[in-house]
Design a protein around this ligand. Structure first.
Ligand code: F6R
Length: 242
């Protein structure tokens, strides 16, 4: 793992965005693996600014997001489809026909997860996978105890994750209990992974991911087994590293 520690969130964000832009400039038809959440908002804003400045194009790229809540249609304001359109897709030149997320309102969520996994494999797997890090060590919605070789499937969200994501919903009770998520095995097939984590509240889990044992109790620790991972941190998130 390559660990890059920046003084501020803004510098860390710029670093992560530059890694994505460099990959797209080197290989315009890269298959991107994308994430949602608070950390990614700054990255997408930075990429939009680079796109407007003519520094990066998504025109030939394909993207697959990590996850989506089961039960939420694309139009729901808390769906990840909605998030991605609002935070990135509507502001760059990505082809909407090649920007994919699981369909949370598919009549058969299990079949949808299998279809999504097959679509990723058919696209040749992910070239560059962008990841955030959950307070409990999750990547995507692979909660603790997820199989380290899991594929895209339905996961039950833990209380900690539902509490962390309640900020997006009017009523905490509205946070869905299930999500479709790429598996850890799906993520590990990516050619390259860029994980970002910011803030003192992530310091302990960052240390467990990097320095702890590889264990299902901290799903992100599985990235220790991947040959090309870059972890981008601000100083606060790096605070518990040895
Ligand atoms: C979202 C996702 C999650 C988040 C993680 C961190 O698509 O896959 O794993 O990346 O929960 O979220 P934030 O950035 O809000 O702390």
């Amino acid at each position: 793992m390559k660990i890059l520690i920046h003084q501020t969130k803004a510098l860390a964000t710029d670093c992560a965005a530059s890694l994505i832009a460099a990959r797209l400039n080197r290989q315009p038809d890269t298959v991107l693996g994308l994430a949602t959440g608070g950390t990614m908002e700054m990255v997408y804003a930075n990429l939009i600014a680079r796109h407007r400045a003519g520094e990066v194009s998504f025109a030939q790229a394909t993207s697959f997001n990590l996850d989506e809540y089961v039960g939420l249609p694309e139009t729901h304001p808390c769906s990840y489809w909605h998030y991605m359109r609002e935070k990135l897709f509507d502001h760059v030149d990505i082809d909407p026909g090649r920007a994919f997320l699981p369909h949370g309102d598919a009549p058969d969520a299990e079949a949808e997860a299998e279809r999504y996994e097959a679509a990723i494999a058919r696209a040749g797997d992910i070239g560059l996978q962008l990841l955030g890090l959950g307070l409990n060590g999750h990547i995507g919605f692979n909660e603790p105890t997820s199989s380290l070789s899991s594929l895209t499937r339905i996961k039950t969200l833990t209380r900690s994750t539902r509490e962390a994501n309640a900020r997006y919903f009017d009523d905490p009770q509205d946070v869905p209990r299930l999500a479709i998520t790429m598996g850890i095995g799906t993520i590990l097939r990516a050619q390259e992974v860029v994980l970002l984590a910011y803030g003192a509240e992530k310091a302990d889990v960052v240390a467990r991911m990097i320095e702890g044992p590889v264990a299902a109790a901290c799903p992100a620790s599985a990235l220790q087994m991947h040959r090309k991972v870059t972890v981008v941190l601000d100083e606060a998130a790096a605070g518990a590293l040895e």
